[in-house]
Each structure stands twice: as C-alpha cells, then as structure tokens.
Design a binder for this molecule. Sequence first.
Ligand code: UDX
Length: 467
Amino acid sequence: MSKKIQIAVVGSGYVGLVAAVCFAEMGHDVICVDNDEVKVKALQGGDTLIHEDHLPELLNRYRNERVRFMTDLAEATRESEAIFIAVGTPQSESGDADLSHVEAVASEIARSINGYKVIVEKSTVPVYTNEWIRRVIERNGVGREMFDVVSNPEFLREGTAVSDFLHPDRIVVGADSERAAAVLSAIYAPLTTGEYYNVENIIPGPFTSTEPPPLLLTSTKSAEIIKHASNAFLALKISFINAVSNLCEAADANVEQVARGMGLDSRIGPKFLRPGIGYGGSCFPKDVAAFRSVAEQMGVDFSLLSEVEKINGAQKKRFMSKVQSALWTLRGKKLAVLGLAFKGETDDIRESPAIDLVEMLLAEGCAITAYDPAAMERAKAELPVSAQMGYASDAYAAAADADALLILTDWREFAELDLVRLNATLRYPIVIDGRNLYDPHMMSEHGFTYMSVGRPAAKPVREAVGA
Ligand code: UDX
C-alpha cells in the first residue's frame, strides 16, 4: 500500500482544485487553501465553480473529509508535509509571467514552517522561479535544511483535467535533493506503481495497473523548462498547421488530407494538427509569451515564438475575411454564432478566439445571436446583451432567420446538427466553419454554401435534402 501523505494545495483554480481532489482520489489527505472566502464556502458546499468532467463526483466524494477547504495558509502549512503552489501567474504587460502571487504565498509559507517541508511549484512558471522561492523563504529566516523547492508542472487540459491528472502521459518531478524527490515519488506512487488502476470505480483513462505512467526525475530548472517548452511546442504545431492551411487554400488543396498524411509519420504524430481560428485559452497565449520573454531576458534568440504568435493572430483576421467574402458587406447582417468558449467541452472564455471574433464582427456592425452549451453566462460579462448582441437557448434558435451561421468552437454537439432543420431555419444556407466540423461534400449535398479552414469552399450542388 502506498503511504498516505498530508498535502496542502494553495489556489483552487483549475490546476489547484483538480490537483486537490485527485490527490484525495489517490488516497492522500488534502487541505486546499484559497484566500477567497466566497470560493472556499462554495467549494465546501459542493459547488465546483468550473465545468469539468468528473469534478463534481470527486468533490462530493471527498469534500470536508479527505479534502478540506480553508483560507488559512499558515494552518495548512503547519499540518502538511508537501505544499503545492497552484496560484495564478497572469501575463504582465511585457509578456512576462507576473509572479507576485507566487512570491506572496512563498513568504507566508516561510512564516509558518514548523518542520521539513517540500514546497512544490505547480503553477506554470519561468525557469529560475524555484531559486527565487528558495531565496524568499530563506530571507524570512528559514534554514536550508527545513525545506526544499520542487517543480512538478501540470499538463492537464481543460475539460479532461481530472482524467489527465490521474492518467498522465508523464509525471515530471524536478528536484535537486533526494529527500524531496522521495516525497514526490511517494505522493505519485499510487499512479506510478499502478496501484490506483486496480481500484474499483476509478476515473477511466488509458493507464492500467500493468502499464502505469512514468515519472521523470529531472533538475528543477529542467522541469520548469519542460512545461514552457511543451506548451510552446504544441502552440507551434497549431500555428504550423494553420500556416499550411492557408497554403492549402491558396493552392486549392485540402488541409485535412495534408494533416493526415503528415500525422501518420510517427515522428510527427496526428495530434494538434487541427487548423482553425487560432489557439486560445488560459495557457498557450500566456505561456508562449512568457517563454519568449524568458529567452529574451537570457539573451537567447527565440524569434520563432514571435512567428507562432503572429500566425495565431492572423488566423482570426483571415476568418473575418472569409465571412466578408461570403456576405459581401457586414453592416446590418444578422449572424448566428455557435461557440464562445476557447475550445469545446469547457465554459472557459479566457483568450477565446471566438470572443475576439464576435467583438470584431460587432465592430463591423453585425447583429449576433450566439449559442454556447456552457460558456454563455461567462460570455455575457465580456459581450453584454444589447440591440446588437443576443443569446439563444440552442443552435437552431440562434440560426433562426440568420444571414449565415458561424461555427467558432469545436463543441461535439455542433458536429451533430440536424442539417435539414438547420437549412430550413437559416435565412440563407451559408455556414462558415472555423473548426472544420463538417465534410464539405456533405454540406453541399444538404444545400449549403460552406466555407471552412484550408479546404475548398463548397457550393450547394442541388436542392437541399428534405427541402
Ligand atoms: C493546454 C495544454 O494542452 C495543456 O497540456 C496545458 O497544461 C494547458 O494548456 P488547454 O488550454 O486546456 O490545455 O487546451 P488545449 O486542448 O491544449 O487547446 C488549446 C487551444 O488550441 C484551444 O483554443 C484549441 O481550440 C486550440 N487547438 C488545439 C487547435 O486550434 N488545434 C489543435 O489541433 C489543438
């Protein structure tokens, strides 16, 4: 049996909350600390605050028992052997990560240390952050033998965060002392020994007790770079396929075929080769900028990352041009928008290219009726209801009498629309798909003018099916 460890997780955002309930699921005792009292109360009451698969189930199973929520970081520090820092590292104006929350937490931990502690960076931070945390703690009078700072980056994706946490491709532990490495290895032992995968009612995923996930032990600095480099590389892969999709449009080729042909090469792999309207979310835009800024500060030319950002921004403008080429003038056009979240199966709208596009369309004088299965409440704060901006209760209500339908988020349900009904609902059967959810041939068979990304536009071939 793996050893039970008393863990504190500081921050109850996506990473912190998911880590807290997943550590409990792995058998540990967890205190999740947040300085927002309202949030703590909500979590104690079972409200997950975010839309994430399996989270309500795990929160209900462990809240107020194996996972306690509190605002008192000092108490959590005193009670715990390992303290995970999972607070926000927002982007500052220069593109750097703003580490003031991390520093504040480190100082507070230092003031309450009452025995050896492992302090773990879980937030995405630039290389050298571990050294700063160490310095801050020492400045507060804590001896070197009383603590270690470890980097244990998180690779979870929103929407599948719980299953990503419990079925990780790899667990990266950056530790410069054997003592700290041993604590982290013990924390992850239920996964790395395969023990967890033998338990009944586990969160499903690819790993089994005979094939558990690997734990990679590195230096703290390498671990910090692994996280930034991984996210920047994935963003680069997306920008690369977006640039290829532009070339496909110019050459009248089909990017789906090209991506498939590339992805079958096992050195390239098929994932993250979906072209679209550019990447968004709370990680990629911020992490690419932060990694670029770290390189700059260290005198390393990494202008490749600026290109990645440039292509990403241009992808939205290209989509705007597509809308314009389909509709001619935009002022006064009534458009249905499907999707506001930065990707499907989440309610998160941070850095969402869909929100940016709606803003651009509103600025051009379009009237928008939007539908998103989960992100509308959050979107209303950015895009308040007005004469120009409305929200609908489903995709067909959004499409009613619209001059065209725009697909901006890859929600699964948007790929399963009743095309006959959709055609009858729209004023003009025009679909401009920023996520390539439909087969152009099928769309033309159903009577649509259909434009997507990196694929030839489709025109209605005959009367709409069922018309
Ligand atoms: C990402 C990383 O995947 C994860 O490892 C890290 O810990 C946090 O950042 P997330 O932001 O949840 O996770 O979303 P992800 O699924 O990676 O998608 C990011 C953005 O890229 C979305 O806007 C998505 O629509 C876009 N994307 C993704 C593409 O445009 N094409 C693709 O092929 C894949």
